[in-house]
Each structure stands twice: as C-alpha cells, then as structure tokens.
Design a binder for this molecule. Structure first.
Ligand SMILES: [Zn+2]
Ligand SMILES: [Zn+2]
Length: 436
C-alpha cells in the first residue's frame, strides 16, 4: 500500500501544484488542518525524506513542480538550475491576496446595500475540474474536495473578516458569486418578501396592469396611446412606492387569487405577498412602509402589512387561493319586483350546496371550457327595496359568484335566478374576506 508521501510524489511528478491544490487532494483526512497548511506540511515531509535519502530526483520535483524554496536551495547546491513552475490547477489564483482582492471587490459592489448576512458561490472552469479529476484517478485518491468549495470557504472567511457580516446558508441577505479564473465578482441582494392584505376601493381598478388588447401595450388610437385599458392597478399602486423605498430593481405582486376589475375588496381584505427584487434597503419597519404606501395610493387601495416572510410563503398563498373560503357581498338590481319569500328561500336552499359551473361565457375567451364543482357554505339574503337585493355569500374559493346569481344562461346550476325567476340587470360585487 502506498503512503501519503508516495501519493504526493506521484501527484507532483504529474503536475505543478501549489500548497492549496496539493492539500486539497487530501482535504477530508483530518479536515481541521487547512488545505494550504496540509500542502505545505506534505511538501516539507517529502523534502526531509529526500534530504535524508539524498534523493536528488525528488528534490528537483519539489523545487520545480512543488515550487518549494527549501528544495530549490538543495538543487542549486548540487549545481543544477531549476525553475519554479506555476500551479497547473489554479494557475496561482489560490492565494490570499487574490482572495482578498475578490472580497474587496464584493464589498465595494455592496457598499450602498444594507445587509447582515451573505453567501458565496464560486465558479471554476471545466479545465480545472478535469485536470483535478485526472490527477485523483492517477493516484487513486478519494479524500479530495471540490475546488469551488475551497474558494467559497476562503472568500467567505476573508469577506466576513473584512465586513463583519455573517455567513448564512439558509436565507442570506446577499449572494456573492466569484469566478477567480475569469477575474469576475458579482454580488446581488436577495429579494425581500412582505406579506399583507389589501382593500380595493374602486370599481375601475384591475389587480395587475391591464394592457390594451389591440396594441398589446405599444400604444394605439384605441387606448389613447397609453398602451393600457386601465391607467393603473393594485399591483402598481402597492409595488411602485415600495420599490422606491427599498431602492429595489423591481417588484412582483403575488396575490391570493384575484377579483373582477369592478369588484371592491373590503372587510379583512385579500392576502398578498410583495416581492422586492434586488433591494438595496431591507428591514425597514413595516408600519413605516405601510404608511408610505397608503399615502401614495390616492385612496384607491389600502394595505395592511403583516410581516417579512419567505419565498415558500408565496407558493402557499398561490396554492390556497383556489380552494380557500371567500365571503362576498353582492348587490343585485332587478327590473321586476322580487318575491320576498323566494329571496328568503335562498338562505335554506343554498346552505352547503354544491354548485356545478361550466366556465362562464365572459371568461371563456381566456380560459378553457371546464366543469367545476364548488360549495356554497351559506347565503344571507335581504331586500333593500322591492327590486334590489343584498346577498352575503360564503363559499369555496374558485366559485364564480356573479354566475351563481345569474345562472349564466343555464351554465351554472343551481342558481339564484332559478329560484327567483329573474336575472339581475346590474350587480355590484365586494370581496369581504379571503382565507389564506
Ligand atoms: Zn493551485
Ligand atoms: Zn392600444
């Protein structure tokens, strides 16, 4: 069985290796010693052995491919000339001053970014990885570590010392990416996620930007060259002021479902998560953010911000939106007098009633034809006057409420229209509660 010193000599005969790159091939043997120290120790041990045995050949390998000054001395004394070769794996880039330069570049890139925690990622060219693999196979070594690991660890150490910030693997505020081989350092803040609920006080306000169907946002006569059907949206009214406050590059508005443009959202409001991309500020007190947004929404929207949260939460509210219970208030105006007994009958008829809905005609252009079964949990119905009714409907998420009232020409069954004998001529919908 070969000793470690045999392996070291085999590696050095095959390739010029710096202390880091030699030590890394034995990284997992007593990992408490750094690769750099390990590489140096192994070269010295091999040197002592060679000096004792007067092994001129090994001393020459240590001087040239090992770049070991102590060995150069012996080779020179023997009257031979030798040149120290640069490391064939890292080309001399595994070096404290190189690490420091990269860490300083990252700190400079982040100088106007607020953060407490960071994570370092590293790239290495395919050549390096291939050469390293070949060397390990040659010596039958299985205790090495990936060079990218070592770069990440070294840069993290230097960057933490330089800035006083903390390494965080699970949810770092910023991510630094280093490619020593291309002399490239990048640093980006991770997004900030804020959960909250919104109220919408306008019946002419879509949840997300609604572009002109004719020009798809380029601007045409139809849309008065604005490119849009509605001048603003809930997403923009909430996202834009927050983007400014957090000095973010952009934002994404994730809501738990959506209401029709002409529906209000009152009561407890609709849950949402605002994602701010590449923010230079974070951890701003949410009461301050909430106040700032609410002064900018021109009375069209009110937000209540709840907490800083994570991307996982975004998936949760998107998933729950299609099934979570909703409560609506719907005002329906008819062109004939309603029978008060029939109106009251709705309350018993629709208690825990499963309703079958074919995709409503009004959305059929945008969505595929589909039959859905959704449950109406409860209905409270009252007459405002003989031709106006107010319905408070608690139902499963995804139910089309207007169609529950109109019957959508028989596509929703059963419906209020079947019981009352009339279809309303006008409806006003208000979302009161969305569970999430
Ligand atoms: Zn090296
Ligand atoms: Zn247009």
């Amino acid at each position: 069985m070969s000793t470690i010193l045999d392996d070291v000599l085999l590696l050095l005969r095959s390739e010029a290796l710096c202390d880091y790159c030699l030590g890394r091939q034995f990284a997992r043997i007593h990992p408490e010693i750094s690769n750099r120290d390990k590489g140096r120790i192994l070269k010295i041990a091999l040197l002592l052995n060679a000096v004792k045995k007067r092994d001129a050949d090994t001393l020459f390998v240590l001087a040239s491919n090992g770049g070991l000054d102590e060995a150069v001395k012996y080779v020179a004394e023997a009257g031979r000339s030798v040149e120290k070769r640069v490391c064939g794996l890292c080309h001399g880039l595994m070096d404290e001053t190189v690490f420091r330069k990269a860490a300083e570049k990252a700190a400079e890139l982040l100088h106007d970014t607020e953060f407490e925690t960071f994570l370092v990622g590293a790239r290495a060219s395919g050549d390096v990885v291939n050469t390293e693999d070949r060397l390990r196979a040659l010596a039958g070594l299985t205790e090495g570590e990936n060079i990218r690991n070592e770069i990440k660890r070294e840069i993290s150490r230097v960057f933490a010392n330089l800035t006083g910030k903390k390494l965080d693997y699970s949810s770092p505020d910023v991510v630094i990416t280093v490619d020593l081989f291309r002399d490239k350092v990048e640093a980006f803040p991770n997004p900030v996620f804020i959960s909250g609920r919104y109220l919408k006080h306008s019946r002419e306000l879509p949840q997300s930007p609604w572009h002109c169907k004719k020009c798809w946002g380029r601007g045409c006569q139809e849309c008065g060259y604005t490119g849009r059907l509605y001048p603003t949206s809930v997403a923009e009214l909430v996202g834009e002021p927050a983007k400014t406050l957090y000095q973010a590059a952009g934002y994404k508005f994730h809501a738990a479902g959506r209401e029709d443009v002409d529906a209000l959202v009152e009561g407890e409001g609709r849950p949402f998560i605002l994602e701010l991309k590449r923010p230079r500020r974070r951890n701003i007190p949410l009461d301050h953010v909430q106040q700032h947004i609410n002064t900018k929404t021109r009375g069209l929207v009110t937000v209540y911000l709840e907490a800083y949260t994570t991307r996982r939460h975004v998936r949760q509210i998107k998933l729950s939106a299609s099934t979570a219970a909703k409560t609506y208030l719907l005002k329906a105006v008819y062109d004939a007098d309603l029978n008060p007994d029939k109106v009251k009958e709705l309350e018993t008829r629709f208690r825990n009633m499963v309703v079958e809905q074919l995709t409503p005609l009004r959305v059929l252009r945008r969505r595929a034809e589909k039959l859905r079964r959704k449950t109406v949990y409860s209905v409270e119905a009252e007459l405002v006057d003989s031709r106006t009714a107010l319905f408070r409907i608690n139902c499963q998420g995804g139910l089309y409420v207007k169609e529950l009232v109109t019957g959508d020409g028989g596509r929703t069954k059963p419906s209020f229209a079947e019981v009352l004998g009339f279809v309303p001529v006008a409806m006003e919908l208000t979302v009161l509660r969305v569970e999430a």
